[in-house]
Ligand binder design. Sequence first.
Ligand code: ME8
Length: 648
Amino acid sequence: MSKKTTYITTPIYYVNAQPHLGHAYSTVVADTYSRFCKLRGDDVRFQTGTDEHGDKIVEAAAQENIEPRQYVDRIATMFKDTWPLLDIDYDRFIRTTDEDHVAVVKHILQTVYDGGDIYFDEYSGLYCTGCERFLIERELVDGKCSDHLVAPKEITEQNYFFRMSKYQQQLIDHIRNNPDFVTPERYRNEVLSFLSDPLDDLCISRPASRLNWGIRLPFDGNYVTYVWFDALINYLTGIGFPEGEQFEHYWSGAEHLIAKDILKPHAIYWPTMLMAAGVPLYKKLHVHGYWNVDETKMSKSLGNVIKPAQLVQDYGADAFRYFCLREMSFGLDASFSSAAIVARNNADLANDLGNLFSRSVSMIDKYCQSILPAPDKADQDNDLRHAAAEMISAYRIHMGEFKFHQGLQSVWEFVGAANRYIVRNEPWSLAKDENKTARLQTVLYNLGESLRLLALLLKPVMPQTALKMMKGLGIDSGSVVMQTLEQGGSWGLSVPGTKLSKVGNLFPRIDTKTQTKGPKKVPQHPKKSKTDPPKTGPQISFDQFKEIDLRVAKIVAAEALPKSKKLLKLSVLAPEERTIVSGLAGSYRPEDLVGQSVIIVANLKAAKLMGVLSEGMVLTAELKDDEGNDRLALVTVPGPVKAGTKLA
Ligand code: ME8
């Protein structure tokens, strides 16, 4: 059976700005999707690049007093040099100044012109230099372009026009008949709504007397091609259109990725251009939202532009890639902040995944001299197997639908299940009992196998971490079971007897104290006089006291709540599993809590804290640490007392 082909593209970025967080996000998403499709077994091609013609570029070069050619070479190199820092593995970096691209643009223009869909006309219109296009009245807000906040210039010119209006109905029909053509649905609806009004024809030339940095029209050398008509064609050039074998092979699997800012050119200009040129339409357009920074728009003038190289230096490529994909619900806007990325790093990566890896590997080291033991065949541990199977099927669906945050959520549900598996099985206790060696070996094998599956699924998102995990597990990254979901996505493929190796921690915790600027505030408390009477609250009867359901609970998982400095989300057994949100973040690291037996008020009315339903309260005592800061100390119970035991 021949492989499914996928051709994923990013926008080609304007070289009037240096690479920033938004460019990095789109490129990381495309890279992850490309790697995911390979994992799914597809034959994949991935293209990114730079958009180098047009007014904006001429202006930017003029500001630096250099020729456009020199300017575009410099900034294109910056983009090219940035992507390896984020482990972007593209097949082609295309530039619209590349020779083959210029030839393809001319070819398409000539084809559409010969087909009668390009005509010459005089036009007066409102031109926005920022958008590089004529705007229509209903796109203006208070007479200004809503994106660039400047009034467009009234321009009258003779120009060439593309008969876009001719293809309006054909485009509407295509979008209606292909629900996945533009996703998520909100953007499909936006396009259909735009198409409910008559479509204008598109001005596709600029007089060379006004702008000569562009591709000359093949049928009139006095004009250059409008930058959007030129740029969109990059998607065809990159795979050898019109003759190339690659075009035949990949075009039917073309999926474009963009942000909402360039929806109209991609969902309206581009498909109608393809129709006029007699080229089948691309398969899908995936549209994501915008990253804001600390809730504000990212912009040069606000000085809050985030550079990818800095992000890699501060957090590492993998933590940044994970954060982007986990934090943004694809299609919606999201807010970037150092606090949010640090919280994700510490909770999800260092705590949940990192601890699972280091605990498991060090137990295999301690109890089996770093050799993966053989499991007892009769001992299936179906819960963990089922959790793994569920993770793989949810991951496959969500990642394939660009719901990366949900794909990763399913992976982290499994990480949680594996961490709870350790707590439930207590390998350290099994190791003390000679009769339980077979069980201990099964538990450790299952942990090794869980980690192998996690490494496989995390390859597209965090390539370096996946490699490190494989190395630690003693698995050759080229081994067949680590290549595709088909070959490696079932339980039990780790080979007993494999020698593990020491690779250290997967993720360092980032110390939030060194991240925040300025001195730490010490909370002030009114001083108590020695003669103050001890405070007691209102008295309750014994019967009232008996109403309080105090129980021993065992903490089986703990994680920070990303948006809160104080709260931790705990999973406890009492004896049934429940979630409790507790204000312990300033006093304990999540990993120090797992395994502790504490006292909870089990019948406290459930309440939502930071969006998480908390079903109970953990008892703590207040104390002051050496620096005089308030801390909370858990009221703990010795290990042998069973989870769920009521306090008498
Ligand atoms: O529009 N959040 O180039 P461009 C998320 N050359 N993504 C962002 C972003 C943000 N705040 N800011 C930018 C162009 N992006 C044209 C494209 S394609 C044939 C021609 C990303 O440099 C996002 O992918 O302005 C957006 O669509 C793209 O950068 C715009 O890049």
